[in-house]
Design a protein. Structure first.
Length: 168
């Protein structure tokens, strides 16, 4: 995402971060962290693909893939280094690149939080807010992180571009 984000996109991204943090805090206060809680989280995560709302296990990663394709191709055209590599190795660019990812995936993560909340209420008759955050991040943010850099590398090879600052 090389364009300047709109004010609405920035507000939505901040809302998603605030909501995610609030869900995690409420989850920690309500349920704490113990072996039993971690076991329940793991068990519930493995049960989700077989229950209702299974479409989200396809929908959210596909939406994240489209966002990663768009941004990865933009990165290649701009001659930017692959996303995840930059995040891991360049502290000067880390914050900005993560902000780009958050803005690009905020709607997908928010959708994931809403769907998982509905799923838990229907399936478990209770709500575990931290689990909703984990699932939303696994289905939306992680695929984006992995695919954006891969798309950049493929697009760069496809059009024969080199990353900025590469003098080979």
């Amino acid at each position: 995402m090389t364009q300047t984000p709109s004010r609405t996109q920035v507000v939505l991204a901040r809302l998603v971060v605030a909501l995610s943090v609030a869900f995690v805090v409420v989850g920690l206060v309500s349920y704490g962290v113990s072996g039993e809680v971690l076991s329940r989280i793991w068990h519930n995560m493995l049960d989700r693909p077989g229950g209702p709302f299974v479409f989200r296990f396809v929908l959210q990663p596909i939406m994240a893939t489209f966002a990663a394709l768009r941004d990865g191709i933009s990165d290649a055209r701009a001659g930017r280094a692959p996303f995840l590599w930059t995040v891991l190795t360049d502290p000067a660019q880390r914050r900005g690149r993560l902000d780009e990812a958050l803005i690009a995936t905020s709607r997908i993560v928010l959708l994931g939080l809403a769907i998982d909340t509905a799923y838990q209420v229907i399936e478990f008759k209770t709500f575990h807010p931290a689990e909703a955050v984990i699932i939303a991040l696994l289905l939306a943010f992680v695929p984006y992180l992995v695919l954006r850099g891969l798309v950049t590398r493929i697009a760069r090879r496809w059009v024969g571009l080199k990353p900025a600052g590469d003098s080979e």
